[in-house]
Every structure is written in structure tokens, then in C-alpha cells.
Design a protein. Sequence first.
Length: 313
Amino acid sequence: MAKRAAAPHRPSLNYHLRIHAKAPDALRHVIMDIARAAAYVRRAILTTEAGLAGAVNQFGEEQQKLDVLSDEIIQQHLRESGLVHSFISEEQADVVELDPSAPYSVVFDPLDGSSLVETNFAVGSIFGIYEGGELIGRTPREQVAALYVLYGPRTILVYSAGNGVHMFILNDVGEYILLNEHLGIGDEAENYSPGNLHAFKDNAGYRASMDRWLQSALTLRYSGCMVADIHHILSKGQGVFTNVGGAKYPNGKLRLAFECGPFAYLVEQAGGSATDGTMSILDKRLTEIDQRTPLILGSAHEVARVSEELQSQ
Ligand code: AHM
Ligand code: MG
């Protein structure tokens, strides 16, 4: 009788998706194609000059070469997969349709924190995957998977397909190998990560949270790239990340579709919470592709405290 091969000691992303997540083959292929695209984005970061492309994206922001390049790399992989109906990218003004008979649609931010590339800080790519073709009108709770790739000293991929949150490292031959399974986020935060701090001037609730943090034993950890800052929470198992409204950005700076939605899915899968201060991010309906939302995310008790402080003013 044939001997049964032992399970790999350090499974690859493909094996993990197939055996542990029991992801449908098509979903596994989409995630593997995204992961492969991210390895190319990593290479682009290492080899491209971080200059300006001279173009302006849909939100009037200057696009850097690497934003454009990362967007093109990811688009090409999604197109070639044959499994993607439509996508929304931070760098595109409209929903882009690829194949009306394909099973999934993808939302993504190709290079989050790209202004940090020249400082050699960590940057990342963010993805959410939905079944079907329509994206407008959906809620992030309908995502069937979400993942991000963090390009730091190491390249780390973190995904959930509804079976907990799992972390992988990109090796020399382009394979993602399991580092940690079932990441969890405890209820109390020891670190705080306050984005859009300009809102401090005109948002008394945010001032109340900030005052409390400064007078507490909490430690500041903020890089300016939400992928790195939220990865800090997932890898340390605690923390709170905020980006709330002020005069300049009444709903904060971050977008529901491809920034807040995927992270809300991952963080709730890890036992944390993600809210706009009044409701779960996962239940917010996507009405426009560039819709922004306040975000308070991380350790559940701390998220609740900040939400109360924001509402009490
Ligand atoms: P980007 O997608 O244009 O790079 O902007 C998003 C980034 C987030 O990663 C980060 O949390 C936020 O902008 C930083 O905002 P702030 O400078 O207000 O702290
Ligand atoms: Mg972004």
C-alpha cells in the first residue's frame, strides 16, 4: 500500500488555502494571483525610482510612478486570472469590468502609503474579494476574503477567507510560507495609532481620546501607512487605530471600499472590532467608489471607549 505523505511543516499559502481554509478553487486561484502580483509590486518598489509620474488620480492627488506601476501590475494579474468580473482600484475613477462571466470582484489599494516610499518606511497593498459582479450597493460584510501585503524589511501577507487570520512570509523563490496562524486581537489596547491628527483641532471627541491616551500608559505607534499600523495591531495582538473626521476631511481620510472594508473584515476575524463610531464598518453600504468613512479599529474595549468619546461631544 502507498505511504501517505506527511503534511508540510511550514505550509505554503496555496496549501493553507486548500487544506485549512477549504477555499473554493476559484477563490484560491484569485488569492494566489494577487499574491503573485504583490511579489512583483515588491520588486518594483526595490528597483524603481520613487519620482513623480506627473499624473493626478481621481481624488486630485499626485500619483507617483510606483502607484501607477503597482496598479498596472495588479490589474494585469486580475485580468489574466480570468476569474475577476470587476474591480475598484484607488487609482481608477470608475468600476472596471474585466469579464462578466467571472465569479469574483476585487477592491484594492495598490500601494497604500506610497508617499512614504522615498523615506524607506513600510508600505502595503490592500485587497477585498466579493462574489459576483456588482460592487456598489454591497457591504464589506459580504466579502468572502480579504488580505494585505506589507512591504517592509520582510514581505508579509495576511489573509482571511472567513476561517481566522493567517500570516505568511515571502521567501527568496517567490513562495509565501506560513509564519503564524489564527492571529487574535485582545480587548484592551497598549498601543494607539491616531491618524488624521489635524482633526484634533476641530473634533473635541478626538481631543478627549487623545488626552486620555497621553495621560495613560498607552504607547504611540504610528507610521503613516495604515497597512503597517494595523499590521502592528495584528502582530502584537492589541492596539487601536483611528482616522476620524475634522474640518478638512469630515469623514476622515480613508476609503470604505478598499481601505476600511478589507481591514474591518480581517480585524473582526481576529476578534477585534472596526466601527465608524456609530456602526460596524462591515455594515456600511458602498454608495460611491471614493466614499470615505471614519474608522476606529482594533481592541474591542478601546474601540468602544473612543466611539463613546467621539459621540459624547
Ligand atoms: P494613500 O492611500 O494615499 O497612501 O493614503 C492613505 C494613508 C493611510 O495609509 C494612512 O493611515 C493615512 O493615509 C495617513 O493619514 P494621516 O497623514 O492623516 O495620518
Ligand atoms: Mg491608501
